[in-house]
Design a protein around this ligand. Sequence first.
Ligand code: GPU
Length: 817
Amino acid sequence: MSEITAPKSPVTAEQFADEIREQLKYAQGVTVEQATPADVYVAAAVAVRHHLMDSWMQTQHDMVNGTTKAVGYLSAEFLMGKQLRNALLNAGLTEQYNAAIESLGFNLQDVVDTEYEPGLGNGGLGRLAACFIDSLASLGVPAFGYGIQYKYGIFKQEFDKDGKQVETPDYWLANEEPWGHIDYNRSQKVSFGGKVVKEGGKKVWKPAWSVRAVPVDYMVPGYASGRVNTLRLWSAKAEDEFDLLTFNRSEYLSAVKPQVKAENISKILYPEDSTKEGKQLRLEQQYFFVSASLHDAIRVFYPGESKPDLTTLPDKIVFQLNDTHPVIGIPELMRILIDEYGYDWDTAWSITNKTFNYTCHTLLPEALEVWPADLIGELLPRHLEIIEKINEQFEAELKAKGVGAVTIKDMAIYTGDSVRMAYLATYGGSHVNGVAELHSQLLKDVTLKNFSDVYPDKFTNVTNGVTPRRFIKLANPRLSDLITEGLGTDKWLSDLELLKGLEPLAADDEFVRKFAAVKQANKVDFANYAKREYGFDLDPDTMFNTMVKRLHEYKRQALKILALIARYADIKSGKLSADDVMPRTVIFGAKAAPGYYLAKMTIQLINNVARVVNNDPDVKGKLNVYFPWNYNVRLAQHLIPATDLDEQISQAGKEASGTGNMKFALNGAMTVGTLDGANVEIRERVGAENFFLFGMTVDEVDKLYADGYGPRKYYEADPRLKAAIDMVADGTFSNGNKDTYAPLVSDWLSKDWFMTLADFHAYTAIQSEIEALYAQPLEWNRKALINVANSGYFSSDRSISDYLERIWHTGPLPALA
Ligand code: GPU
């Protein structure tokens, strides 16, 4: 018998059905007979929220009145995914919901399907934030997620008839949104612009305009913890609508302009991932949510106090800066402490320094935000002064430590014309962490080397993780049941290292066959899903080979597509006899930033390779390529459990961590990957013999750059590579038009910054190893199972435990009575 520990609310299915009926009638004004699945979804969501309310209040009470320090996770992105199933799971209401919905005469899936996914993030960074707040609540740690409720999330991706990406707005708030509670009574005023004047020997900021930050609260229920935290997303509203009344009629329209400008702040998520442009609106967004959040924390932790003792702030809450986006919080807290509460500089600095920590998520120089000083000066003049002063103090400190003048200049936070946010964060907070061991090492050795030399103790690592509730239990119920069967308990859902207990079962052929059957059933499900949603015809009897992530040159979708073209050419030319070909279905998912030219061209190429390959009778049944558009959390939850082989093929030293790699390993896919990001740790844990490693290492990459990299050499030396690139150039994938991909081809041959061509040979060479193993299903699945068994470390619960121990120095609230 399996030991089931999953929480179950005492509410019965009948009660739950009654609550839905009541909500439909008294709030939504429809009878059960009139209700659509979308109505029932809203009513069910409200009912779940009601069931979480007591725990939510209790958690807040215990947080504010107890002595456990809380965590404030400041993030410009929270990529939450759909909420209903997750909330039901964590609240222990899944069975009651299922029974209630059926008793009301509705189909479970129809209701769930009406939920619209909020896309308030670009990719890995935003999804990590969502996993982290799930884990914080599940571990019982009091926490706030603080961010922005964008009116438009990440764009919806479509493909036009030429296979080009087309972006359309994601107006998610046009749908009823039952999860967020808008709390107009707890808003904050956030000001911008103007100037700083001296009044009575004190600096006083006289802003030019203000907006009202209104919190929208989302409950974040923990799994099996009885705790419910808060995700507080700020929405911008005009500050003072009544001012309009003082204008006469002729000025009315121009008087409305500031209100419109105010509400623009939270209107749209910037769709760039890992490349940041210094746009004024973006800085407005950053300051807007950070200023509101800091004031909110003071309100929450010092209720009703007009003269709070803010020297205790670092004992009440610790803020984590999720990348550089919220780093303006450092000068903002200084300003609040000095200007609003009258603290002296040194006291304010000591509080600020203890309160903030910074997570860096990149190794790409262009992803480290640098703001033009005049932009900051115009928008936040007082902050620019504070930043200058921080920089002076910093330089003096470096000098006192004996750091040389040249290095001091290199390390400047404020250069005179720009402000380097990563440096400000590193100096201004207590700890800096990277998101995988290799990444943290490279931060110390390269990106932030000077800082690590002077402040070695600040630097630490916390390897990323993913929540097993959403990415195993909800996404892959079959595998979840098998794991519970294998382990004899479902405790793994809150202690993922228990998966280790599956390892002996890898020697049990019968269990491995069950594991293989789970994968096969998931593939059939995905094929049906892809048919329904996209009209694709996937053959579940072929290998499902997936590459899903943002489209970026460093991630090297180009490597995958070139290898695929080479294989296509081999089959077509007869070099590879049809009998020798392991049939594959290659699945891509990726959005490109709208202004990222080469990335968008790569999307177009993939779509056209898919068109040509899928329509060529010569390769029928051997090779198929699909590119489901609009990759999002929902698609990830369907596709990951159905994948046999996952691609993690970034150039070594470029992917900070990756989190998709963890989701795939936990769902029983094998990985083909480079020694980059968290791949290194995955391979270490699952065993080198259970991971398809290829490609250059970081050192080899560095050496090649140093020696002078010329991609053409590789093109000339490898006939298969040459043929593949020539086919892109000669119009094979553009109806004969040789210009279509010319910029891409020219980049490959003359620049190829991420060394796709240099790794091509190694990447194609490992394919035969992959196929030899896939030809032995039992052995393949044995290895895939070993991947699952050894990936428990990649739970975001473990990441959060590491943050608690290494950075936040806090823990769970006292156990509930
Ligand atoms: N990442 Br910087 C993003 O998703 N967006 C960004 O703007 C930056 C980083 C990703 C990293 O590319 C990925 O390697 C990592 O796993 C993820 O953040 C979470 O740490």
